[in-house]
Design a protein around this ligand. Structure first.
Ligand code: 5RP
Length: 222
């Protein structure tokens, strides 16, 4: 099976976690896109969705799924999203697609986080995937120095020769070469650096369930 086929399989399996008559939180990325396409098939069963990025909102709308803001939705039963790395205990690195802050915000308004990923994302120790950190633009030099002091190699994310800009008008520093032995401590530490909007570590609030695509079927970790 290709990686896309594995992503499609978990996206389909995630439909079982959609609560009828409710609003669902939806993540960002290629796996989330497969999920949105599946959600489009059952859109009459839900009231609508809260999107974690402009790209996700556009895709949801293209399927005719109503997109609601957090001013209209107090709580959701479920948030479904991909991950760049995940541990067996549900801690994740996210933000490869640049939507980490809104993903964390929307996930915080949901009772359960269901992570969907192909099994290559499951790791014992996170950090092989560079850790994304969303930063206020004027703080980039000072935050870069503090991230380097943690032992990693920070790089400002670029797109088309310019700093990549998030939906929030901020920049992203990707930190390579970290061995994240204690994700909870690292999440707290990086979030405490002045100028950091969000670190792409989801450990304080990780996934409740992970659906991992394998060639022999979807494996569920709870
Ligand atoms: C976007 C994310 C994505 O969930 C993460 O990058 C995984 O993406 P993909 O499903 O394309 O592998 O955090 O900000």
């Amino acid at each position: 099976m290709t990686q896309d086929e594995l992503k499609q399989a978990v996206a389909r399996a995630a439909i079982d976690y959609v609560v009828d008559g409710e609003i669902i939180g939806v993540g960002t990325g290629s796996t989330a896109n497969f999920f949105i396409d599946e959600l489009g098939r059952i859109k009459d069963r839900i009231k609508g969705a809260v999107a974690s990025s402009e790209a996700t909102a556009a895709r949801l709308k293209s399927h005719g799924i109503p997109v609601l803001g957090l001013d209209q939705v107090a709580r959701m039963p479920v948030y479904i999203d991909g991950a760049d790395e995940i541990t067996a205990s549900g801690a994740m690195i996210k933000g490869g697609g640049g939507a980490l802050t809104r993903e964390k915000i929307v996930a915080s308004a949901a009772d359960r986080f269901i992570c969907i990923a192909d099994e290559s994302k499951l790791v014992d120790v996170m950090g092989k995937f560079p850790l994304p950190v969303e930063v206020i633009p004027m703080a980039v030099p000072v935050v870069t120095r503090q991230l380097a002091a943690l032992g990693g190699t920070p790089h400002l994310r670029m797109k088309d020769g310019q700093p990549y800009m998030t939906d929030n008008g901020c920049m992203i520093i990707d930190v390579a070469g970290l061995q994240i032995a204690d994700p909870l401590a690292m999440e707290r530490q990086v979030n405490n650096i002045a100028g950091v909007v969000t670190v792409g570590l989801f450990a304080l609030h990780g996934a409740h369930t992970a659906l991992l695509g394998t060639p022999s079927g979807v494996r569920t970790l709870t």
